[in-house]
Design a protein around this ligand. Structure first.
Ligand code: ZN
Ligand code: FE
Ligand code: FE
Ligand code: ZN
Length: 285
């Protein structure tokens, strides 16, 4: 391991181990306006972390109106695909690079979202709930709005949107399925039934769920989803992927040793990899 890799290893607490997943399916590019580093730098770091396959999943153009600094613009989609194609060519034979995208679920805008997603081919589409009505509940700039809401109502609205996102058939993987906890706001009521219903809907809709390690780098200080929720997804038979949600190259593969521990504790024996919007490989944990 070179010096750079050792330093990054210290940052992420990741010791090279054969047990960690080989694919990281959630990372961004500067096109969204709040991530840094070129795709080649993400790929370089992936190799240092021992990954065999990565997929980019930058924030798709927002369907309601342009959101500068949060998502790509429509006009940037061709460049997004070109950047990934170039990186893929440069790393051929060393690292598989998939083309994904992370698209917000906004009820009422399913058809428009589909049009955006159908404009280019993807290996997978990640669905995300970052908005409840027009409140970006995980946006640091809108954090103070939590005080205007009943926390249990926010959690219930969030899970309802998660279920609707899976049922929309727009997505292959549902991202960070308890993102609502990001700032440490915790439901005071028991949300077990909400998660169980969500897991049942995910299974029926045929979507996978991700372990997203980025929560460890946020106020809440733990991955999405929590062990209790992940256990429910596992019991329901929902397939699993891994994502760092890297917004800079050195976050690729971050905490994947801990992610694999979480997956195993939850009961998962395998995870899946995507190509052309289909599971093409199942890997034992
Ligand atoms: Zn982002
Ligand atoms: Fe997200
Ligand atoms: Fe993301
Ligand atoms: Zn994300």
């Amino acid at each position: 391991m070179n010096k750079h890799a050792i330093i990054e290893t210290m940052i992420c607490g990741l010791r090279p181990t054969r047990r960690k997943p080989i694919s990281d399916y959630h990372m961004h590019t500067p096109l969204c306006g709040h991530a840094s580093g070129q795709p080649e730098e993400y790929a370089d770091h992936a190799l240092k972390m021992g990954l065999k396959e990565i997929g980019f999943s930058d924030h798709a153009p927002f369907v309601v109106k342009p959101l500068p600094g949060i998502t790509m613009k429509m006009e940037e989609l061709p460049l997004y695909h070109k950047m990934i194609e170039d990186a893929r060519a440069g790393f051929k034979g060393r690292l598989e690079i998939r083309v994904g995208i992370e698209a917000d679920f906004i009820p009422g805008y399913e058809k428009k979202t589909k049009t955006i997603l159908d404009a280019y081919p993807y290996d997978y589409v990640i669905g995300s709930v970052h908005f409840i009505k027009d409140w970006g509940f995980d946006n640091p700039e809108e954090r103070e709005k939590w005080s205007e809401h009943d926390v249990n109502a926010v959690y219930r609205d969030y899970f309802e949107l998660l279920r609707a996102s899976a049922e929309s058939k727009l997505y292959d993987i549902i991202a960070h399925p308890d993102l609502v906890k990001k700032f440490g706001n915790r439901a005071t009521a028991d949300m077990t039934a909400e998660t169980e219903e969500t897991a049942r809907v995910f299974k029926k809709a045929g979507v996978a769920v991700e372990i997203n390690t980025s929560g460890r780098r946020k106020t809440v200080g733990e991955m999405y989803p929590a062990l209790k929720d992940l256990t429910i997804y596992c019991k329901a038979g929902v397939p699993l992927t891994f994502g760092s949600d890297a917004h800079k190259p050195e976050e690729v593969g971050c905490d994947f040793d801990k992610a694999v521990d979480l997956a195993k504790k939850a009961g998962y024996k395998e995870y899946v990899m995507f190509k052309n919007r289909k599971v093409y490989r199942t890997v034992q944990l």
